[in-house]
Write a protein that binds this ligand. Sequence first.
Ligand code: CP
Length: 305
Amino acid sequence: MQELSRSDIQCILDLSEQFIELNRQDNKKLRDLQGRTQINLFFENSTRTRTSFELAGKRLGADTINMSVEASSTKKGETLIDTAMTLNAMHPDVLVVRHPDSGAVALLSQKVDCAVVNGGDGQHEHPTQALLDALTIRRRLNRLEGLTVAIAGDVMHSRVARSNIYLLNTMGARVRVIAPPTLLPSGIERLGVEAFTDMRRGLRDVDVVMMLRLQRERMQGSFLPSVREYYHFYGLDHEKLSHAKPDALIMHPGPMNRGVEIDTEVADDIHRSVIREQVEMGVAVRMAVLRLLVAGGGNGNGGDA
Ligand code: CP
């Protein structure tokens, strides 16, 4: 996301809009990527990203394979680079890769001939998450420019936060991050955000609240006294939310930990929570990304299969 310009982002979001309508129809199938091969290579667990990339590829007509890392030769000691070069020899057109190490996806992309999409690398970036978040906000509030967006929770370990900060700054939004001091990276202001350790102050008059889960799989050591105390100070409930604008959107990339970073009534608030809409936008955004990378530009009207 760090490398994408404002017009790149607008182009992806505009193309995604066309796929939203398609995905709501009975016949969801196009031929844009017919004959192309997509391999999803996830070295970390995923529900939303992997499923939506698989659906996205299939709806565009690609042959989509989910490589099972657990059952692969990485378990026999094969390195990431050797795995990439092995897959490359089978002539895929696109690899979608999630990896626990920051920078691993970029490294892998230098060793293969095809397009590579980052499905999340360590605590570095999760670009398609930021794009689907932007699409969700733009459809609800009709713009990104001039909005104030608060990203609250475990900012330290969050690739979602980093990609959203880059995108929202590029698109002219104001970004605040809110976290306990132990989960706020030092110097985060250099990324162009305002940092808060108090939820109520950080949420004051914001247009959008994005909550983040505690990413325990990336924590080395203890960052919090207790989950109960964390929820008391940083869990999003209706009282804390009352400091945001009355119609502020509630977002969460998932997976959610109800009663930890978000109250269940807030998460399910049918008027303000757009968490399920984020999931829907994920398929459309990933179709747009695959189409642009594999089939090139165009209007997305690939025709019915
Ligand atoms: N938001 C997100 O990346 O979810 P998954 O881990 O389920 O893919």
